[in-house]
Write a protein that binds this ligand. Structure first.
Ligand SMILES: [Zn+2]
Length: 327
């Protein structure tokens, strides 16, 4: 289905549910970042609204209007552009529900897509819950999020879950290569945290540059030559999410390389195929720093002083390295 091969298995699961008459009116699509869950949702909407012989045929007028976003029985609830906090409000949900009660123009039912569902504020979630508890016949609610834990348990318990796991890196690389050969996709994926569609929508050369620049700064932090304060300030103002992804992939690659090339065994690294100077921290430190990155990522949505938080992380790199040198 669609052109994203990793969506086929989740879509097959939906087809099987549908065929068995078990497709719930409340569906929660647990997306992975950049995996294209919304494309899967379009396909599910086609399955529900299709008027052709073998839904989703992809050919009938209903399928084509779902594809172009013009089907009157398909509604998307998203944060309004002018919403400062980028939240879905109770009015957004109520307006949509009212509109859907009046419609189902074409008799196949109606579909409301809430994306990203974790943008609903407390009152919006409560309003949606009422609709989930007593759904009108033929009304399908599809919630899409990559952070289901951010949704109230009362909502989660009323939805059938559909997981889109992070696609295997090799599959993403093969797909990106087919879209645009000759780009340095492995480096670009490092900067976008493996998110396929994010990589495709960006310029792979500048992603690579950002990753290389981040990795260089980490090396300098360990060597004690990095201007930590200035770097943290610059990163906090621009492209912080990509920097954090790059740091994460740096640490993950260090961990995957295994314990035998730690800082204590420099002689073992001589002649090894790994870029040894790039991985000159021990595995315990790498694991600790990885937790630090995850924490920082959670904080960046709430903390006011991002620069200070980044600075702390970079100091941990610098301190850990000097300890490794002494030990
Ligand atoms: Zn169709």
């Amino acid at each position: 289905m669609s052109d994203l091969p990793w969506l086929q298995a989740p879509f097959d699961a939906v087809l099987a549910s549908g065929a068995a008459g078990r497709l719930s009116q409340g569906l929660l699509v647990h997306d992975s970042p950049g995996a294209g869950g919304i494309r899967l949702v379009k396909r599910i909407a086609q399955l529900i609204l299709c008027t052709g012989g073998q839904p989703p045929c992809g050919e009938c007028s209903a399928c084509r209007r779902v594809e172009s976003g013009e089907h009157p029985d398909l509604l998307r609830i998203a944060p309004k552009e002018e919403s400062k906090l980028q939240q879905i409000t109770v009015d957004d949900v109520r307006d949509a529900c009212e509109q859907l009660v009046m419609t189902s123009y074409e008799g196949r039912g109606s579909v409301a897509v809430i994306h990203p569902a974790d943008a609903m504020n407390h009152n919006a979630a409560n309003a949606l819950l009422k609709t989930l508890e007593e759904p009108r016949p033929k009304l399908h609610l599809i919630l899409v999020t990559s952070r289901p834990s951010a949704l109230p348990a009362t909502i989660l318990s009323r939805c059938q879950r559909l997981r889109i796991p992070p696609p295997p890196r090799a599959q993403v690389l093969a797909w990106l290569q087919a879209q645009k050969p000759s780009a340095d996709w492995p480096a670009a994926l490092d900067a976008v945290g493996g998110a396929a569609l994010d990589a495709l929508e960006s310029d792979p050369a500048s992603l690579r540059q950002l990753r290389d620049d981040t990795w260089r700064a980490l090396r300098e932090a360990r060597q004690g030559t990095l201007d930590v304060v200035r770097t943290a300030d610059a990163w906090s103002k621009d492209g912080l999410a990509l920097r954090l992804n790059s740091i994460e992939s740096y640490l993950t690659q260090r961990i995957l390389a295994g314990p035998e090339i730690g800082a204590q065994s420099a002689e073992l690294r001589v002649g090894a195929h790994l870029p040894a100077p790039d991985l000159d921290i021990n595995i315990a430190l790498a694991l600790g720093l990885l937790d630090g990155v995850k924490e920082l990522r959670l904080q960046t949505s709430t903390t006011l002083n991002k620069a200070l938080a980044v600075e702390r992380l970079l100091w941990r790199f610098a301190r850990g390295a000097s300890r490794a040198r002494q030990g």
